[in-house]
Design a binder for this molecule. Structure first.
Ligand SMILES: NC(=O)c1ccc[n+]([C@@H]2O[C@H](COP(=O)([O-])OP(=O)(O)OC[C@H]3O[C@@H](n4cnc5c(N)ncnc54)[C@H](OP(=O)(O)O)[C@@H]3O)[C@@H](O)[C@H]2O)c1
Length: 267
């Protein structure tokens, strides 16, 4: 991991958006990051399930941190709706009010696990998958960059990636190809925007509903077995554990912008 000179300071007023914040890794990241935010900070939590978002928000609220949350389907939301949701999240504050502004692109889905890779042909289904996991992530990020264009050097962008973005996993062609495309977009962005900090964080195998879905739905027997073994041997990470590492990696800022950093990488 190449080192970088600029550090990330969250001790001032900070704005922080987290997508997929209603459960799992997203909720854990939101809670962990909230502990590091200075006075007059503001968080915006996004996902579809409002009551779960409310619970995440209550876990993040503190004397330093005000939290707003919006139920939004990030697959169907228009570009304008995404722009507006960030503006509303700012609650009347100016972008220059914040010493750092972060966005965690954590939203994600696993894709169709019941189709063999050699039999994939449902273009509509593939489009829906790429829409949520790649295109709309890019678009939300673009709205964020538009809104914060005058303070680009204060921006931190984190993509929740996966080992599957860089290593093929049989039975997960949707997921692997989506994660690879998404991570490469963020790498290209980092290449172009030298003043923006970009991290592709790979959380390791984590005990969330996504893993339950893999175990239940995978037709690829090796895939099913790998994750069933992980679960049965209690080898899955708790969301809070990987979230802590994510924020540690971010704050220590030893990575080169755009890097893929895994939970299991040395610090
Ligand atoms: N679990 C793992 O082992 C693992 C490993 C590597 C990477 N990851 C990545 O980590 C991220 C979080 O996954 P997780 O394991 O925590 O899964 P999860 O528990 O299923 O969480 C997914 C999150 O995305 C939100 N979401 C899904 N579809 C949405 C939509 N259409 N609009 C808005 N929000 C939507 C969900 O909220 P609502 O349902 O409320 O909308 C939820 O908050 C994903 O990007 C995943 O690929 C997970």
């Amino acid at each position: 991991m190449a080192s970088s000179s600029s550090t990330i300071d969250l001790s001032g007023p900070t704005f922080c958006v987290v997508s997929g914040a209603s459960q799992g890794i997203g909720r854990a990241i939101a809670v962990e990051v909230s502990k590091h935010l200075g006075p007059n900070s503001l968080m915006l939590l996004l996902a579809r399930k409002k009551s779960d978002l409310a619970q995440s928000a209550s876990l993040c609220e503190s004397d330093n941190v005000k939290v707003v949350y919006t139920s939004i389907d990030l697959c169907s939301a228009s570009e304008k709706e995404m722009y507006d949701v960030i503006i509303q999240g700012l609650s009347g504050r100016k972008v220059t009010d914040f010493t750092t502004s972060l966005i965690f692109h954590n939203v994600g889905s696993i894709g169709n696990l019941s189709i063999e890779t050699a039999r994939m042909e449902n273009i509509e289904e593939m489009q829906e998958y790429f829409k949520l996991n790649v295109f709309k992530v890019i678009s939300l990020n673009t709205q964020f960059l538009k809104i914060f264009k005058d303070v680009e050097d204060r921006l931190v962008i984190v993509n929740t990636t996966s080992l599957c973005a860089i290593k093929p996993m049989g039975g997960m062609a949707y997921y692997c190809s989506g994660k690879a495309a998404r991570a490469m977009y963020f790498r290209v962005l980092a290449e172009e925007k030298k003043h923006v900090t970009v991290l592709n964080y790979s959380p390791g195998p984590v005990e969330t509903s996504m893993i339950e879905q893999v175990i239940e739905e995978a037709v690829n027997l090796n895939l099913k077995e790998v994750f069933t073994t992980f679960r049965n041997q209690a080898s899955l990470l708790k969301p809070e554990v990987t979230a802590k590492k994510c924020i540690k990696v971010l704050l220590s800022r030893k990575f080169k912008s755009g890097d893929h950093v895994d939970y299991f990488d040395d610090e």
